[in-house]
Design a protein. Structure first.
Length: 391
């Protein structure tokens, strides 16, 4: 089998959280790639390993970028071992490296979910040992080379996880505070809200500041992957230092040009001083502290910029942090805040409680589904008309 060609276009799977694929698709297409397949948790494109570099650096809603190494008929665990061991792993992974295997299996012959991962790991390290005289370490940590197995029925696919750790782990959230929203989910919520960085954004109840920080990254054109230095593709023999530096340089060019003027206001407020402290520190780590105004106050007293824009609120909803009954009054006050302070703005409420959402007392113009961990949520859109709406 010839050495692996990093310039060859291979089927590449980009994964995302449930309900966020439409936003991932838009991002991928904006980068010039054609979607070949799409499902509930990802898209497939044709891409080279070099293409995977800008995908990892620039995508805001993706979880992992998986580059297909091989596929084969796989009727049994023995066939899995044989086919994996036939691949030239010694041309990909150093014998003093570290590998982690992630498996997604739908096969009636497999009852132990950990067994396929062990088979793949054994096949890889046995092959490298046979060819080089030493074998890499392995374990659950995903900080170096990560290999993904998808095995459905009698077919199997092996991917190099070019991301390694989740792309949502940007590296800026030093102080997570209480029940923080994942970075990739925050980016998708902002995209669903129609936020593109050209209008003001107000984020009451900001918590650790993830929504405001992701908004600032969007508004400044900063590629989120530039916030971290460790990616799975860098821990292989296929890593091209010159190509990686060029990909980072190109991603850095996306920053908002100075001649476009200042970033529209982004205001994040919270009544909890520890939340404001965490949000400010996280924004500093992300390099966007100067673009966000942090205010310690009750959400209803959040200062509003003169020009209208988007209000995005992510309150507690009784599942993890507070009891729903105790929050009913808060949701009623959110409705009052939107009506009294946000005329001419577009309001957005992210919640996992339909009952509490009903306490807002406003009719949502749009309801967009999301999953926050295992909680089904909705982003509710409210058009807060200024004056009398014309029919």
């Amino acid at each position: 089998m010839p050495p692996i060609d990093p310039t060859k276009k291979q089927l590449t799977r980009i994964t995302a959280a449930p309900y966020t694929v439409p936003y991932l698709r838009a991002e991928v297409e904006a980068l010039g790639f054609e979607i070949q397949e799409e499902d509930a948790v990802g898209v497939h494109i044709g891409a080279s390993l070099l293409d995977c570099m800008p995908l990892n650096l620039r995508l805001r809603t993706a979880q992992h970028v998986l580059w297909q190494l091989t596929r084969f008929r796989c009727p049994s665990p023995d066939a899995l071992y044989t086919s994996v061991a036939a691949y030239p792993w010694e041309t990909l992974i150093a014998n003093d490296g570290y590998i982690s295997i992630v498996s997604n299996v739908d096969n009636p012959k497999v009852t132990n979910s950990l067994y396929p991962s062990r088979v793949v790991k054994d096949a890889i390290v046995d092959r490298i040992m046979k060819k080089t005289g030493a074998r890499p370490d392995s374990g659950p940590d995903r900080y170096q080379t990560v290999i993904n197995l998808f095995w459905k029925g009698d077919r199997a696919w092996i991917y190099l996880n070019t991301s390694g750790e989740r792309l949502g782990d940007r590296g800026y959230r030093k102080l997570p505070h209480h029940a923080p929203m994942r970075e990739t989910l925050a980016a998708a919520v902002l995209m669903a809200a129609g936020y593109d960085g050209t209008r003001p954004l107000v984020n009451p109840m900001c918590g650790s500041g993830t929504l405001a920080i992701e908004a600032a990254l969007i508004a400044t054109g900063r590629a989120p992957g530039l916030l971290r230095s460790n990616f799975g593709l860098l821990h292989t023999y296929l890593a091209d230092d010159d190509a990686w530096r060029e990909a980072r340089r190109e991603a850095g060019k996306l920053k908002r040009a100075r001649e476009l003027g200042p970033v529209p206001p982004i205001i994040a407020s919270d009544h909890d001083p520890s939340a404001i402290d965490a949000a400010r520190r996280n924004a500093r780590a992300a390099g966007v502290e100067q673009h966000i105004e942090f205010v310690e106050c009750d959400f209803a007293d959040t200062p509003m910029p003169e020009a209208p824009g988007d209000v995005v609120i992510n309150p507690e909803y009784g599942e993890r942090m507070g009891e729903a009954a105790a929050l009913a009054e808060t949701y009623g006050r959110i409705g009052d805040y939107l009506k009294q302070r946000c005329a001419g703005w577009t309001g957005h409420l992210f919640t996992g409680s339909r009952e509490l959402a009903g306490k807002v007392g406003l009719r949502a113009a749009k309801k967009t589904p999301f999953m926050n961990a295992k909680i089904e949520c909705r982003l509710l859109r409210y058009e807060m008309w200024s004056g009398t709406r014309e029919s």
